[in-house]
Design a binder for this molecule. Structure first.
Ligand code: KG4
Ligand code: ZN
Length: 343
């Protein structure tokens, strides 16, 4: 029998969130869906760097080793123990199946032992809810630009748990393009932060790289841009890496901001929300803020640590899901290809 759903009380219900969908082992305690009491993220970046990307088997093994200490630290930092936790949430997908299973199994075990509900959370919905942690009064309708390593989406958030997909990438995700271009330029892994840093020393107008599908609809395409960077760099070995990085980043940011701005105008949303690892990008953040000032719109940019994978966003999304759908059955498994539930 699943544990009973606690009453909807913003102040009291503390959710322990667990996130292990990829290469971050994370745990957090969030009260009332918005107040972060602790958020611990243990990155496996050094473990995977030598391979130029995430090695799934290594990631699962590292989650097994890291999860207990990370959860313990999250509880200590929140000043609580199991007795103070009202529900335990974990990412159930999308992600690497072995990695997901580590977090899900731990969350179910803790929920059973503590006699509280288990809540399975969609990782993408977690990214949508990151902004609510720092802007508790945020209210739909909103447009969310969700840009991560595996996804690039423009989502019309019409209500809590109520999403319309305006557009998505037809090939590479924005973060994937950052990672691939960074690898080609010899900037290492993870590529996004490396390009962000190097681009600060470069000229964003040095090379006018193509802006795929910039003025058509809300879908995205970054694969041609990636190929253009490679072709240009091969033809111009004298080109500076900083200029190439800055020009590539400018092309991505230009397309993302142009489409997001149009999406807000066309849907009549209250504001534009950013989410996902690429939302930590300095140039994107600056341009979104400028665009929102120019259009007299509100911009909601979660802090960088809440843009990249973390468990506070999972606990935030879980708070809403628990109250709309109730607890998740304990026989629910991982779904590596889980999609955002759209209308
Ligand atoms: O959301 P996230 O942490 O994990 C996924 O759910 O995919 O996003 C990771 C992605 C990677 O592709 C990484 O290179 C990119 O976000 N990223 C950035 C920056 N920080 C992380 N891309 C551009 N600029 C950044 N500062
Ligand atoms: Zn993510």
């Amino acid at each position: 029998m699943p544990a009973a759903v606690p009453p909807l009380d913003r102040g009291e219900l503390r959710i322990l969130g667990i996130e292990t969908s990829c290469d971050e082992t994370a745990a957090a305690v969030v009260a009332g869906g918005t107040t972060v009491l602790s958020s611990v993220v243990s990155s496996q970046v050094d473990l995977h760097a030598a391979f130029g990307g995430v090695v799934p088997e290594l990631a699962s093994r590292a989650h097994v080793e890291l999860l207990n200490p990370v959860v313990a630290q999250a509880l200590v930092e929140a000043g609580t123990d199991g007795a103070g936790i009202g529900a335990v949430a974990a990412t159930v997908g999308p992600g690497l199946v072995g990695s997901l299973l580590v977090g899900i199994s731990a969350a179910k075990a803790l929920a059973l032992v503590w006699g509280v509900p288990f809540v399975g959370v969609n990782h993408l919905e977690g990214h949508l809810y990151a902004a609510f942690l720092e802007e508790p009064d945020l209210e739909p309708p909103l447009v969310v630009l969700l840009v991560s390593g595996a996804h690039t989406m423009l989502v019309a958030m019409e209500g809590h748990g109520c999403y319309r997909l305006l557009g998505t990438t037809i090939d590479d995700a924005a973060g994937e393009a950052f990672d691939k271009v960074a690898r080609f330029l010899g900037l290492g892994y993870p590529g996004g932060p490396a390009i962000d840093r190097v681009a600060m020393e470069g000229d964003k107008d040095a090379v006018p790289f193509p802006r795929g599908m910039r003025n058509e609809g809300f879908d995205f395409s970054f694969s041609g841009l990636k190929t253009s960077v490679v072709t240009y760099a091969r033809k111009h070995p004298e080109a500076s890496v900083a200029d190439l990085a800055a020009s590539f980043q400018e092309a991505v940011v230009d397309v993302l901001v142009t489409k997001a701005r149009r999406a807000v105008a066309e849907t009549g949303a209250r504001g534009l929300v950013l989410g996902g690892g690429v939302a930590a990008n300095s140039a994107l953040r600056e341009r979104v803020l400028d665009a929102c000032i120019a259009d007299d719109l509100r911009a909601f940019l979660p802090s960088r640590s809440m843009c990249t994978d973390n468990a506070a966003m999972i606990a935030a999304a879980a708070w809403w899901r628990l109250h709309s759908d109730g607890p998740t059955a304990l026989d629910a498994g991982a779904d590596p290809n889980l999609a955002l539930p759209v209308l």
